[in-house]
Ligand binder design. Structure first.
Ligand SMILES: *[C@@H]1O[C@H](CO)[C@@H](O)[C@H](O)[C@H]1NC(C)=O
Ligand SMILES: *[C@@H]1O[C@H](CO)[C@@H](O)[C@H](O)[C@H]1NC(C)=O
Ligand SMILES: *[C@@H]1O[C@H](CO)[C@@H](O)[C@H](O)[C@H]1NC(C)=O
Ligand SMILES: *[C@@H]1O[C@H](CO)[C@@H](O)[C@H](O)[C@H]1NC(C)=O
Length: 943
């Protein structure tokens, strides 16, 4: 071998090593690629097949494995979390602030054995927290707060021995606080945990005494706003580390134990709104106490206790607590910021001395105070309404104090007056940029003076330095609307630097810095951040098109890809084998000999017959919401409380196991906001059932006739329905893999949700478009009279264009609100006739749905009619493809918006060529998008 050749070899090998380093693990690629097709609004830069190498937004990798997935605040929409549990090396997962994530947390989450951080703050997760969460042994941070989780707190959380942060607050969790029993550890086992945040749920029963022990490191015990009852366990006093104790708004009874009030580190104590009794607790040993709220309890009558003079106290709230006698003047020290003692029986003379704080707020309404020493020349916010001193026409300021002026937060800027463009705000540094905004909530705080700027500047500077040390491009922060209710909350405006707006990853990282509490902040307790969805992501309209492999990719890379694909296939097969051992599909084969391996499902659940029977109240009549040749559809409420539509095949229409499997495998891959998605299936006891998401507002047909829901579909709404359903069908044709022909599109298969978003339903008759069939499938003719493509009927050759024909009929229904065959007349003939009687262009109006109102106001009507007619051309080749239909409807919507009250010129032709572009140009509707029409559709590439 010549020297040169050796060099060449070395180079090739070197290159391959490099490539291997950049190629993401195929399993992780598969998971993320599936997310891309199932979730909406993922970052548009999720392109190609190498998430690690090409640094997809929100993803970080170590050695070709995905270890971090942060998609906070990106507006992600999904009903399931996909196959995320298969990202087996994942360590950090943050999906916070995506209100449209309405998923359950599946038991398979246990597969994330390397997870240390799970943050799902402010999404719409629902259903129970799975027991299997106890298998995530490496978890350090678990933030599930502000969701809709139901059911009990799993005891298994007690096995997460490295957990430092546990926040389950603001959910609908119920049941007892779980503690260890003979078989399993409970929350008392979490001796490294510093935060128990369980507030704002429906937890009941007592606060278990066993929860507390002296080996704990707990600093924040926050269980306010539940239904906890019984006494406060004295053992809480053994947790010397406690700093914040929030037991307020429960049904706690009995005396406040002296053990609690001897905790030296507690600085914030909330016991208000309970039924506590006995003497007013003596807090004089609590030398760190700064904020105490014991309002609205049933303590014995008492004078102002001596501990009111504790030096550390900034805030004392004891409204409605049977306090009596005179208020000693020595409690008015400079540190005191807020004294709330309304609805007591305090009497005599009020003397605030001379060393009170100028920002002090004192509320003494509804007491018995008769005089005020500093009658004039006082400088605090004082309210004495409903005291004897204010009776009989007294005129002191304190008698008409009302509420003190609301605090304003940090002055937002000192800039010369400038008007910024839309979505832009003047930053504290006088630049017009698009801030990321939201509200930060604090579970507790040691102060009350919201006029003292120190508290705002401290927060601002702490956040800024946390952002900067994480290399986030933040220019400045403004803080406004301070509000004190259950929690202290501020509005935050976070301004970008370098650019006018934030990228997705910047927004995401800002969210995660706050919600992961990557900073330490004096004066404030723990917090959470709920954002306003960000206005201004670059390239906001995300495309989720197929993978395009560039031609520039070298041959060796392709070889490698093939090699890894094979490895992947082998791996998947092994995985499937393994999965069979511990999963419900294992029973699959018992049912039938020809069923083969368990179905390969993406996020679709197996449901037991018993569960579905319960869900539908034994398939009772009143739960039937539809029926057809295959059987009946029931509305059902699963054990999780969620509502579904359950399609139950009748005896005559049961499929073979193999076909049923193929069908659920197919359906489980279909994820699009305009296509009804499959949640689960049942294959048991000779039953075949499909469990779909439940769409609440009925069919398009119902809504067009009578307006079943009372919601009239006006022109704009009909255009939106047309667009949604066209999008759904276009997805099936052009993006689903393999592509799917619906075969039974009709107005009863288009469902509307509560916001009148349309979703295409029922693929009972769907056929896959396999490669071998080269675009058409010859098969038995099926479909519904009136919607069926005549060409298909005659040739028996099914193509996507048959769906286009049926869709054209649906468009005509939207125009006329008539069924396709009505009083013996066919809708296509009628509309054409109406127009053909040309010379009288008003003809079309004779068949328009009268409830659409005056046709002059129907912007884009001309083009809509033309589009419908082009879809029902006799020859499939002359009909537009669904992607083109989508584009044209988008154009029509633009027109309708623009020309709301401009009368559109009338001109129709039933001699359409079927080319959308052709038919649009001769006519007057002014906004046309010729360039986009002549462009090849991106989707072509993905074939
Ligand atoms: C828990 O944390 C300790 C110290 O950081 C670490 O050594 C240990 O491996 C962790 N345990 C688990 C199960 O991750
Ligand atoms: C104030 O109330 C206390 C206890 O209710 C009573 O003993 C005292 O006489 C009252 N003082 C005045 C000035 O009314
Ligand atoms: C009261 O306080 C305000 C600001 O806190 C100050 O501007 C004002 O001069 C003070 N008035 C008196 C009488 O102390
Ligand atoms: C504002 O708060 C800080 C921190 O608690 C304190 O040191 C300072 O004295 C306060 N200023 C006023 C005017 O109360």
């Amino acid at each position: 071998m010549s020297r040169r050749r050796i060099r060449l070899w070395v180079m090739i090998c070197f290159c391959q090593v490099m490539v291997i380093a950049a190629v993401t693990d195929p399993n992780d690629v598969a998971v993320l690629t599936a997310l891309k097709s199932g979730w909406q609004n993922l970052p548009p830069d999720w392109k190609g097949s190498d998430p690690c190498g090409s640094r997809w937004e929100g993803i970080n990798c170590t050695e070709s494995r995905v270890t971090t997935l942060v998609l906070a605040g990106m507006g992600v929409k999904t009903m399931d979390i996909g196959d995320i549990p298969s990202l087996s090396m994942l360590q950090y997962l943050d999906l916070s602030n995506n209100k449209e994530i309405k998923a359950i947390l599946p038991p398979s989450i246990e597969k994330l054995k390397n997870l240390t951080t799970l943050i799902l703050v402010g999404c719409s997760f629902r259903g129970p927290i799975p027991d299997s969460i106890g298998s995530l042994k490496k978890l350090v941070f678990l933030g599930l707060n502000n969701n809709s989780f139901t059911g009990p707190i799993p005891r298994s959380i007690g096995s997460l021995t490295n957990l430092s942060w546990l926040d389950l607050s603001d959910n609908q969790l119920s049941g007892l606080i779980p503690i260890s029993n003979e078989t399993a550890p409970g929350l008392d086992n979490l001796v490294k945990t510093k935060h128990f945040h369980l507030a704002d749920n429906q937890l009941s029963g007592p606060i278990p005494s066993q929860l507390f022990n002296s080996s704990m490191s707990l600093i924040h015990f926050i269980v306010n706003n539940n239904q906890l009852s019984g006494r406060i366990p004295p053992l809480i006093g053994s947790v010397q580390t406690l700093e914040v104790v929030r037991l307020d708004s429960n049904s706690l009874t009995g005396k406040v134990p002296q053990e609690l009030t001897s905790l030296k580190s507690v600085s914030e104590l909330y016991l208000s709104n309970n039924i506590l009794n006995g003497p007013v607790p003596d807090l004089s040993e609590m030398s760190s106490l700064s904020y105490v709220d014991m309002s609205n309890n049933s303590f014995n009558n008492s004078d102002i206790p001596a501990w009111f003079t504790l030096l550390s106290l900034t805030s004392v709230l004891m409204e409605m607590t049977q306090l009596q006698g005179e208020i000693p003047s020595d409690i008015f020290r400079p540190q005191l910021e807020r004294l709330m003692l309304s609805n007591n029986d305090l009497n005599g003379t009020l003397d605030v001395g001379s060393s009170y704080n100028g920002d002090l707020i004192v509320d003494l309404t509804n007491n018995s105070i008769t005089s005020f020493k500093q009658n004039s020349g006082y400088n605090l916010s004082l309210n004495l309404e409903n005291n004897p001193i204010c009776e009989g026409g007294a005129t002191g300021r304190y008698c008409a104090a009302g509420k003190p002026n609301p605090p304003t937060g940090l002055p937002s800027n000192n800039c010369p007056p400038v008007r910024c463009g839309s979505n832009k705000v003047l930053s504290p540094n006088c630049k017009c940029t698009s801030p990321y905004t939201g509200t930060i909530f604090f579970f507790s705080h040691s102060f009350s003076n919201l006029d003292n700027l120190t508290y705002y500047t401290t927060l601002r500077d702490t956040l800024l330095s946390a952002f900067r040390s994480n290399q986030l491009p933040v220019d400045s922060i403004s803080i406004s609307n301070p509000t004190l209710s259950e929690y202290l909350q501020y509005k935050l405006h976070i301004f970008p630097s370098g650019q006018d707006y934030f990228t997705r990853s910047a927004v995401s990282s800002i969210g995660t810095v706050i919600n992961r509490q990557l900073f330490s902040l004096p004066y404030y307790g723990p917090s959470f951040f709920l954002d306003d969805s960000y206005c201004c992501f670059p390239g906001k309209k995300s495309s989720n098109r197929g993978i395009i492999i560039g031609t520039a990719v070298g041959g060796s890379v392709i070889l490698l890809l093939i090699a890894s694909a094979i490895t992947y296939a082998v791996y998947k097969k092994r995985q499937a084998k393994k999965a069979k051992e511990n999963n419900p599909f294992a029973s699959w084969q018992l049912n039938s000999n020809d069923a083969g391996d368990a179905p390969q499902l993406k996020g679709t659940r197996w449901c037991s017959f018993e569960e579905l029977k319960r869900a539908t109240n034994r398939f009772s009549e009143e739960n039937i919401i539809g029926s057809g040749g295959y059987g009946k559809v029931y509305k059902g409420t699963l054990d999780s409380g969620l509502v579904f539509a359950i399609k139950r095949a009748e005896q005559g229409s049961l499929q073979g196991a193999q076909e049923f499997k193929t069908e659920i495998e197919l359906l489980s891959r279909i994820h699009h906001k305009n296509v009804v998605s499959l949640f689960g299936f049942c294959y048991e006891q000779g039953e075949q059932m499909l469990v779909y998401e439940y769409i609440s507002n009925g069919t398009l047909k119902d809504n067009l006739s009578a307006g079943m829901t009372g919601m009239k579909l006006n022109w704009m709404k009909r255009l939106k329905v047309a667009l949604d359903s066209a999008n759904g069908v276009a997805y099936l044709h052009e993006l689903a893999n393999p592509p799917i022909i619906h075969r039974d599109l009709k107005s009863t298969n288009i469902l509307l949700d509560q916001h009148l978003n349309a979703k295409v339903a029922d693929f009972g008759l769907s056929k896959l478009l396999g490669d071998e069939s080269k675009g058409y499938v010859s098969t038995q003719v099926k479909g519904t009279l009136g919607y069926m493509d005549p060409e298909y009927y005659m040739t028996q050759q099914l193509t996507e264009k048959s769906d286009v024909y049926s869709f054209g009929i649906v468009l005509l229904e939207l125009l006329t609100a008539r069924p396709p065959i009505y009083k013996g007349k066919y809708i296509v003939r009628e509309v054409k006739d109406a127009i053909d009687k040309s010379g009288d262009p008003n003809g079309i109006y004779t068949v328009l749905d009268p409830s659409l109102g005056s046709f002059q106001t129907l912007g884009g009507l001309t083009r809509f009619v033309n589009l419908a007619l082009s879809c029902v051309q006799d020859s499939g080749a002359d009909r537009p493809r669904m992607g083109e239909v989508v584009r044209e409807i988008e154009n029509i919507i633009d027109l309708a918006v623009l020309s709301k009250d401009v009368k559109s010129p009338l001109s129709f032709s039933s001699q359409n060529t079927g080319k959308v572009g052709d038919m649009c140009h001769p006519y007057g509707d002014s906004v046309s998008d010729a360039s986009s029409l002549s462009m090849p559709f991106e989707t072509e590439l993905s074939r």
